[in-house]
Design a protein around this ligand. Structure first.
Ligand SMILES: *[C@@H]1O[C@H](CO)[C@@H](O)[C@H](O)[C@H]1NC(C)=O
Ligand SMILES: *[C@@H]1O[C@H](CO)[C@@H](O)[C@H](O)[C@H]1NC(C)=O
Ligand SMILES: *[C@@H]1O[C@H](CO)[C@@H](O)[C@H](O)[C@H]1NC(C)=O
Ligand SMILES: *[C@@H]1O[C@H](CO)[C@@H](O)[C@H](O)[C@H]1NC(C)=O
Ligand SMILES: *[C@@H]1O[C@H](CO)[C@@H](O)[C@H](O)[C@H]1NC(C)=O
Ligand SMILES: *[C@@H]1O[C@H](CO)[C@@H](O)[C@H](O)[C@H]1NC(C)=O
Length: 472
């Protein structure tokens, strides 16, 4: 009897996977037998629909954890994660074709990339009364929460009892904890009302080089990192620091000039990987040329991590993809792929959907950032869920030293001291554990902002050992 029930639920599960969203074949991705899905998650009562791409686990999708993945911006597409960072196939910098990614996160987890908020990438928002450009950290989390419930109850009900981790990078250092907070509320209400379609098995969240606390993720961290990597002169560093040029309202008028000098000295240095190659070296990525001086005030300039995202949006890179490409990054093949007619069709993108771009200017231009970032969520969810903060240590956008600043400031008790970890006989990075393992900080040595892409083996090592509660 039991065997029959198990078999019946198994068959039901197979049948229930969203057949209409299944991607049967895709240009340059020869083997999709693990199960690739692409479709839309409506936000009730609005014209908004969030586009998702799901790659089922190659190991055992019925029992392996589910990872939701968000890229940052705010306003940048999570397809970047799928196609270049941790998906089953990726484009290696400098190449034009996809290759199988042996460190794809879907080796042992189902990973679901969500383009958020609506208007980003192929996510849709068609009715202007829905304020399609007017987002903040809270309403974007509300929409993503609805999308998550849709995913687990309508699209993939067979995954609703699986462990869930919310993951992402960069400005998703805000999106991820805020969504975790929403899921926590939802769980609380479910327990109280006992009337939910499902109770999410949220285990924790994972953030790579994420913006968290603007008291640390700001221009000072940026200046210090530039200095200690040898990119600016000692006298310029002294001028900037001694005169508190990183402050909201710098006390010295000359700060503007020094900041300009800082930017000029950093021209053609890839902001996402100080040691990396600049793929578009003819583009001068100074604040003023990216629109920083003319359209952003000093306050925004100070929040350099976020500003650097904003700055590339404004870059006069090309008239067609205005700022679509972050400075120095390698990107055109992804843009070509995503806009290919056959690819759009295979991904079930409606003809009416606009052209796909990296990052949506109008969304970033109108986005309101909560001034305290996401640091409060660390306190409110402390001890309740597992948290992993991964930090590629050659990133200038969200530098490791800034991340260490807010972690020290949390002052949670250390349960395992700072130590090296090894992958393939080499130092992969460093770890420090707090809260009896509930909070892990890990650097990825020699990786910049895109740690899973540029140092895939150590990144994979840390992420999956963390998920499995194994020593790193
Ligand atoms: C890339 O893929 C295209 C189309 O499949 C093919 O024509 C081309 O030869 C490939 N290039 C390389 C370098 O493999
Ligand atoms: C659940 O509870 C929180 C407070 O814990 C509340 O703010 C939220 O609106 C409630 N509703 C849902 C659907 O999560
Ligand atoms: C549970 O009930 C509260 C109060 O009635 C409501 O605000 C909340 O949305 C409900 N939660 C869910 C998940 O339905
Ligand atoms: C770099 O900074 C110095 C001041 O430290 C400044 O004189 C110089 O013009 C800047 N620009 C470049 C391109 O080096
Ligand atoms: C804000 O959104 C409006 C409407 O889409 C757009 O025209 C405008 O350019 C956006 N503002 C900025 C600063 O990007
Ligand atoms: C930000 O956090 C501080 C405490 O660190 C608090 O006093 C302040 O009210 C918060 N800001 C907002 C806008 O809530």
């Amino acid at each position: 009897m039991r065997a029959v029930t198990v078999l019946a639920s198994f068959l039901l599960a197979i049948k229930a996977l969203p057949a209409a969203d299944r991607v049967e074949s895709l240009y340059q991705m020869p083997d999709l037998s693990f199960g690739l899905y692409s479709g839309y998650l409506p936000v009730a009562g609005t014209s908004k629909q969030l586009h998702y791409v799901a790659a089922l686990s190659e190991n055992n999708w019925q029992t392996d954890p589910v990872l939701l993945w968000f890229n940052g911006g705010p306003g940048c597409s999570s397809m970047l994660g799928w196609l270049s960072e941790n998906g089953p196939y990726s484009i290696i910098d400098g190449q034009s074709n996809f290759t199988k990614n042996q460190y794809s996160w879907n080796k042992e987890a189902t990973i679901i990339y969500i383009e958020a908020p609506a208007g980003v990438g192929y996510s849709l928002c068609t009715d202007s009364k829905d304020d399609c450009d007017k987002y903040n950290d809270f309403n974007s989390a509300d929409d993503s929460m609805q999308a998550f419930v849709q995913l687990m109850t309508v699209k993939f009900p067979e995954l609703k009892n699986n462990d869930v981790y919310i993951t992402g990078k960069s400005y998703a250092g805000i999106f991820v904890p805020r969504l975790a907070e929403r899921v926590d509320w939802y769980i609380g209400n479910c327990t109280a009302n006992k009337s939910c379609p499902f109770v999410p098995k949220l285990m924790g969240y994972i953030v790579c080089n994420g913006v968290t606390d603007y008291r640390y993720d700001n221009l000072k961290g940026f200046i210090d990192t530039a200095y200690w990597f040898g990119l600016i002169s000692t006298s310029l560093w002294n001028d900037l620091i001694n005169n508190q040029c990183y402050e909201n309202n710098p006390p010295v008028a000359q700060c503007n000039q020094w900041i300009d000098e800082l930017d000029k000295n950093l021209t053609n240095i890839p902001v996402f990987d100080i040691l990396g190659k600049c793929w578009t070296p003819t583009i001068k990525q100074t604040l003023s040329e990216c629109g920083g001086q003319s359209s952003l005030n000093f306050d925004e300039k100070r929040q350099m991590t976020a500003h650097r995202y904003a700055s590339f949006i404004k870059s006069p890179l090309s008239s067609k993809h205005v700022g679509a490409n972050p400075p120095c990054t390698y990107s055109q093949p992804l843009i070509d792929f995503m806009n290919n007619a056959a690819v759009r069709k295979a991904l079930h993108i409606p003809d009416s959907a606009p052209e796909w771009i990296f990052c949506n200017d109008a969304i970033i231009g109108n986005y309101t950032k909560y001034p305290n970032g996401s640091i409060e969520v660390y306190e409110s969810l402390r001890g309740k869920y597992k948290m992993l903060k991964l930090s590629g240590d050659t990133d200038l956008a969200v530098p490791t030293s800034a991340t260490k600043g807010w972690i020290e400031n949390l002052n949670w008790p250390i349960s395992k001291e700072w130590k090296q970890f090894f992958v393939n006989g080499q130092v992969g990075g460093y770890t420090e554990e707090r809260e009896n393992g509930k909070f892990l900080f890990a650097t990825i040595h020699g990786a910049g902002h895109m740690a899973p892409q540029w140092k895939p083996a150590p990144s994979y090592h840390v992420v999956f050992n963390f998920i499995k509660n194994q020593p790193i």
